[in-house]
Design a binder for this molecule. Structure first.
Ligand code: SF4
Length: 284
């Protein structure tokens, strides 16, 4: 099925988010999802527009809140494939509380972060992913804060699927999104997606020079959390590929009593009159 619609993205020419959109569309088609079974929920920022550019159910939510909405969609109808998406500011600043708890909850949602190390929509301020010393309008003398290493943080929060990619490597990105969709639990995919307009440091060339593919590291084992953590620390988080996957841990919805077989939208919630009165009495 075709996940393209007739809405023309208004991202700047060359923005990394174009590739992320294409990768989601290809990955969904490759794993056999149909548009009626896919929901894309996004937050606020340039990347937040992505939910309107894909032929699926879509919801452009509020700042930092794509994950609560996406988790609600999954709980209501577990037959849906649910993708949450947004930028590094959306997910790792205002939305960080939701990100950490969604990770440890392990609900079956694929979270794709378009990480450009800057706030693009508001014309270029430092984000939690900007490097120390990074100069922007909000930090003219250079950022004095440490950049957040989100991949390490995800591992310590109990993540069951952690991956990272680069928007210009469409093949790898598509493959990782496919794996994320197929993973039974929460999958975090951080994508280096350059902001060509406001970030003149972390450019396509910069990433090509600095990223290391995990495929080039001999005997790398994505099922070993300690090895994943050591590798992230050794390369300062600048790696691409499947960093870690745990296929044993059950997903949240598989463990919630009453939701195991079917989501809320499929359950019979009709109440007899006296049951309704009892329910109301409980809250009086
Ligand atoms: Fe992309 Fe940056 Fe333009 Fe936003 S401002 S659309 S992030 S290039």
């Amino acid at each position: 099925k075709d996940f393209r619609n007739n809405v023309k993205p208004n991202w700047c020419p060359g923005c990394g988010d174009f590739s992320v959109q294409a990768a989601i569309q290809r990955a969904a088609a490759n794993v056999g999802v149909v548009p009626e079974e896919l929901a894309v929920v996004s937050g606020i920022g340039c990347s937040g527009r992505i939910s309107g550019y894909i032929n699926s159910y879509g919801l452009h939510g509020i700042h930092g809140r794509s994950l609560p909405i996406a988790q609600g969609v999954k709980m209501a109808n577990r037959e849906m494939t649910v993708i949450a998406s947004g930028g590094d500011g959306d997910g790792f600043a205002i939305g960080m509380g939701h990100t950490v708890h969604a990770i440890r909850r392990n609900i079956d949602v694929t979270y794709i972060v378009m990480d450009n190390q800057i706030y693009g929509l508001t014309k270029g301020q430092t984000s939690p992913r900007s490097a120390m010393g990074f100069k922007t309008k909000s930090t003219p003398a250079g950022s004095i804060e440490t950049s957040l290493n989100v991949m390490e943080l995800a591992l310590t929060a109990g993540a069951t699927f952690v991956a990272q990619s680069f928007s210009s490597d469409l093949k790898e990105l598509t493959s990782l999104i496919e794996k994320g969709i197929e993973h039974k639990g929460f999958s975090l995919i951080n994508v280096f997606s350059p902001c060509v307009t406001f970030n003149k440091i972390n450019t396509y060339d910069w990433f090509k020079e600095n990223l290391v593919s995990l495929g080039t590291i001999e005997d790398y084992n994505p099922n070993n959390r300690m090895s994943a953590m050591n590798t992230l620390m050794e390369y300062n988080g600048l790696v691409t590929g499947l960093i870690y996957q745990d296929t044993e841990k059950k997903s949240y919805e598989d463990m919630v009593h009453g939701f195991k077989e079917e989501g809320l939208s499929k359950q019979n919630i009709e109440l007899e009159h006296d049951q309704f009165e009892d329910l109301v009495a409980e809250f009086m």
